[in-house]
Design a binder for this molecule. Structure first.
Ligand SMILES: Nc1ncnc2c1ncn2[C@@H]1O[C@H](COP(=O)(O)OP(=O)(O)O)[C@@H](O)[C@H]1O
Ligand SMILES: [Mg+2]
Length: 588
């Protein structure tokens, strides 16, 4: 139960609701048990009528009828009151579990947002999703039924036991004797059921991921003619699922008969021992009926014990998974409260970076300086570390060693929000939300920006004409249910999104790879005034985009091999020079 203790702060928050629920559980059970007395009374009334007949001194039948009617009405009336209390219990306890579920989801979600990129690289999206949906649901079931049923069982058993002992301690002992055995057996069967149903669930999620994979890869499957082997694979998993589900059903089949058997034994004991004691004159006939009803009231809570244990164990495991993420400290944290204005000088000093999850050293001892307003082109083969440099610049990764200085200050000493605001970042993989084009461009913009400025920057990014071509223009919805854009269109919208922020630093990570050379040159011409004013990093493969930059940096396997201007590097006849020769040859 260690992990579940972390929920106590929420339980405390809703303590009054829980207390009200607790009181109402007791009231409901008390009233319900009390009502059973009237059944006993009614039966005693009938008995006295019968004994009256046999002994010849007939009692007034209308009196007895009136008594019966009264007892019946009282019985039903009290049951109704108990039912009303039970509604209150559910409203208090189950509603509380829903409130806590909401609070917990918010806590997890806002924590997710704080965690750094490296966390997301280490964990699978499906895992993140499961913890906020499935695991929270399991925890909620503990908070609702997992708390309500034990409360109900304890209060009900205590009250019934008090009533029973008060009437006849000996008969009580005989009646309740088999109940602990019942609980134990049910616990055994329930935990087997639990184990098997977990296997069924696991297999179910295997099948889901296979099916999902099939759907997303349907084009490849069809074009490679592999439908039948895909089908066989599915059949294998499905038949595994079937056998597991059948085995679960077999165990479940034992559950109910077992219960009926043990309850039957208890009933038999009441009938036999009650009869003997009635014959001995130790109790009224009505008591036997009352005992049958007491036993019935106890059966459900006892059978639910095994299920509740399962709920608690499952919630404990889920809470452990949730806590594991909640305890993770974001690798990158803001330590400076006041905003820090940024003008845009950038220096990398002896910087190295190793990806923790793979142990790949992506950058080794990188040092260079770019003055405010100057531009830097970064070139190099795929995997040479270009994206890692720009991710480090945006402080989306934390340097393993060395420093990034902005305006001569190590950027850990800058306000993180100010830093991110100062950078217009166009990532390598353009990502657009399932929303309108206008909202996608306005994503990081300020309040004043409107459709006019959206259009202005879309024109700069050379995507305005494409957007105008859509029926809905800037209100076109993107994404799975909307329009699918080409890679180049996505990149250009993503550029407009970075520009509209009007940042001090612009970063293009291979952001024009999917547009043709002419469009690329058009965009760079449109952006000339921005590039002149702002510090700009352009990661690119094309000499045509790199040659106008103030500095060119050539990377190879995480190390700087060349750094200088276009003319300097040509004169050197090194890596940059051979890149030019290669690209010219390709053009020919
Ligand atoms: N998320 C990651 N986890 C582990 N290794 C990575 C990750 N991203 C990149 N790498 C590795 O770091 C190196 C540099 O990658 P990257 O900066 O993306 O290169 P480039 O942008 O020049 O293609 C590569 O060897 C790559 O495999
Ligand atoms: Mg890259």
């Amino acid at each position: 139960m260690k992990e579940l203790l972390s929920l106590n702060k929420f339980l405390w928050k809703y303590r009054w609701q829980l207390l009200a629920g607790f009181i109402m559980v007791i009231l409901s059970n008390f009233v319900s048990v009390l009502s059973i007395n009237y059944v006993g009374n009614a039966i005693n009334g009938i008995e006295s009528l019968l004994t009256g007949y046999t002994s010849g001194q007939s009692e007034d039948i209308s009196d007895v009828k009136k008594g019966l009617m009264q007892a019946g009405l009282l019985f039903i009336g009290l049951k109704v009151i108990a039912g009303l209390f039970l509604i209150g219990v559910r409203l208090m306890i189950i509603a509380t579990s829903r409130h806590i579920e909401y609070d917990l989801k918010n806590e997890i979600y806002s924590h997710y947002q704080k965690l750094s990129l490296s966390f997301y690289k280490k964990n699978k999206t499906g895992d993140l999703m499961n913890r906020i949906t499935e695991d929270v649901a399991f925890v909620r079931q503990y908070l609702g039924p997992g708390i309500m049923y034990p409360l109900d069982l304890v209060s009900r058993a205590t009250i019934i036991l008090a009533f029973m002992i008060n009437i006849d301690p000996k008969l009580t002992l005989y009646t309740l004797g088999p109940l602990p055995i019942l609980s134990f057996l049910i616990y055994k069967v329930a935990s087997t059921i639990n184990k098997k149903s977990r296997e069924v669930q696991k297999q179910q999620s295997n099948i889901s991921s296979i099916v999902q994979d099939t759907f997303s890869g349907i084009r490849v499957i069809k074009s490679f003619n592999t439908e039948s082997s895909t089908m066989k694979n599915y059949e294998k998993e499905a038949s595994d699922y079937e056998s597991k589900a059948l085995s679960l059903a077999q165990t479940e089949a034992y559950f109910f008969p077992l219960m009926v058997l043990i309850v039957g034994i208890s009933n038999l004991l009441i009938l036999y021992m009650g009869g003997v004691r009635y014959y001995e004159g130790k109790l009224n006939i009505g008591v036997i009926a009352q005992y049958f009803m007491y036993l019935n009231m106890l059966i459900w809570p006892f059978t639910s014990l095994g299920w509740v244990t399962m709920l608690v164990q499952r919630a404990e495991a889920s809470m452990a998974r949730i806590n594991e993420f909640l305890k993770q400290k974001p690798e990158i944290q803001n330590t400076v409260e006041q905003p820090t204005p940024i003008s845009g000088k950038i220096e990398f000093r002896n910087l190295s970076y190793t990806y923790e999850n793979t142990g790949i050293q992506a950058l080794e001892n990188i040092s260079f300086t770019v003055e405010k307003g100057k531009s830097l082109a970064i070139m190099g083969k795929t995997g040479s570390g270009k994206s890692t440099i720009v991710l480090l610049l945006a402080r989306l990764l934390q340097p393993t060693s060395g420093q990034v200085l902005i305006d001569d200050v190590p950027y850990e000493n800058l306000n993180l929000k100010s830093l991110r605001e100062a950078i217009g970042f166009v990532p390598q993989e353009a990502f657009l939300f399932s929303d309108t084009i206008q909202h996608n461009i306005l994503f990081g913009a300020s309040e004043e920006d409107d459709l006019d400025s959206v259009k202005k920057y879309a024109k700069k990014a050379a995507v305005h004409k494409n957007i105008e071509g859509f029926k809905e223009g800037y209100d076109t919805i993107l994404g799975e249910r909307g329009v699918t854009l080409s890679g180049g269109q996505k990149q250009r919208i993503s550029i407009a999104r970075a520009l509209i922020k009007d940042p001090q630093i612009l970063v293009f990570d291979d952001s024009l790879s999917a547009v043709d050379t002419e469009t690329e040159e058009e965009i760079l011409r449109n952006l000339q005034s921005e590039i002149n004013q702002k510090t700009t990093f352009i990661v690119t493969h094309r000499i045509s985009s790199a040659k106008n930059a103030d500095h060119i940096l050539v990377l190879d396997e995480g190390k700087i091999v060349e750094f200088g201007t276009h003319t300097e590097l040509i004169a050197k006849e090194g890596a940059y020079f051979s890149l030019i020769k290669k690209q010219l040859a390709e053009q020919d």
